[in-house]
Write a protein that binds this ligand. Structure first.
Ligand SMILES: [Zn+2]
Length: 340
């Protein structure tokens, strides 16, 4: 099969790789319907995360089940399935509490690599959610978004306690931030402030439900949020970047008693004690338990209530994955879909 391998920062190649096969009786093999590049793939691409040699890439996936292991009971060959970037048994205490991304048996799908034609999915019964029927082709991008960016944005909005009567601010205008806007809207937030200085992203944020756009960032961005909320700050703030600046912008844009949902993979973030002590906010975040939300999200996609697939603004054949990375790195694209 063909699949993407990162050799070094800025060096992604699509090569012929061994086809995956069932390794554990709980595995499934799926044929990808589409693949994509994640904002978090840009950390190693930019050399901020170190690579341990050539690395298979990709952790978002939707596809048709080709084969299942002997212990798989609920997933069948021929089904269209969506899974998350953490494979999980969905039965342990942590999973049952809704934190499948910390499952005691979890497997990080990025270590297997879904920017490819075929993918082995561990713990198939717990990890995969099937649609009732094969979906029409135009819904594939939205189901693919559910695999990570929608599920992550949704978790961020839930962690920030977005809901009726709330003002929600979103720091970060990548796919996750934009879909946190969509989530906040679906969760009934009254006012949704997207922080973005890029016109195409502002437009999409508005389509997804943003009521206000703030272009300032850092201290100026915080001051703008305060101005818009009677000096108090937002009730709910989503952090979807992962830098020191974005994290502190989120904390200081939140009113006392409010909630920060942080899902940007943090890089060299350290929280200053006195700032945190005085902020008097709730912090909840980390790798999103997307599996918790998948059944509901897939239903909303299937009945066309939401259209998260709009975050894909560039579509390329898998063999041109390198250009897909480059376009996202240069912010020419929000998110790249790879046709398999
Ligand atoms: Zn578990």
């Amino acid at each position: 099969m063909r699949g993407a391998v990162m050799y070094a920062p800025g060096d992604v190649r699509v090569e012929t790789l061994d086809d995956p096969r069932i390794e554990q009786p709980t595995d499934a093999i799926i044929r990808l319907s589409a693949a994509c590049v994640c904002g978090s793939d840009l950390w190693p691409y930019r050399g901020i995360e170190k690579l341990q040699g050539p690395t298979r890439m990709g952790h978002e996936y939707v596809g048709i089940v080709e084969e299942v292991g002997s212990a798989v009971t609920s997933i069948r060959k021929g089904q269209f399935v969506v899974g998350s970037f953490w494979a999980s048994d969905n039965t342990c205490d942590i999973c049952r509490a809704g934190y499948q991304s910390a499952c005691v048996h979890r497997v990080l799908m990025g270590t297997i690599g879904s920017q490819a034609e075929y993918l082995r999915v561990p713990l198939a019964d717990g990890t995969l959610v099937a649609t009732p029927e094969l979906p029409p082709a135009d819904l594939i991008p939205s189901y693919l978004a559910a695999s990570d960016v929608l599920g992550t944005g949704w978790f961020a909005a839930v962690a920030a306690e977005a809901g009726p009567g709330k003002t929600v601010a979103v720091v970060g205008d990548g796919a996750v931030g934009l879909l946190a806007v969509l989530a906040a809207k679906q969760l009934g937030a009254e006012r949704i402030i997207a922080m973005s200085r890029h016109e195409p992203r502002q437009k999409l944020a508005t389509e997804f439900g943003a009521t206000d756009i703030v272009t300032e960032r850092g201290d100026e961005g915080i001051a703008r949020i305060k101005d818009m909320t009677g000096g108090l700050g937002a009730h709910s703030v989503v952090e979807a970047v992962g830098t020191q600046e974005s994290m502190m912008q989120a904390v200081h844009s939140t009113r006392s008693g409010g909630h920060v949902g942080f899902v940007g993979v943090t890089h060299d973030v350290s929280l200053p004690g006195m700032d945190m002590f005085n902020a008097l906010v709730h912090l909840h975040g980390g790798p999103a338990p997307v599996r918790r939300f998948l059944p509901d999200l897939m239903r909303l996609i299937g009945d066309r209530t939401i259209d998260p697939g709009k975050v894909f603004d560039l579509t390329l054949p898998l063999d041109q994955a390198a250009e897909g990375y480059r376009a996202m790195d240069e912010r020419r694209a929000i998110k790249t879909l790879l046709q398999v």
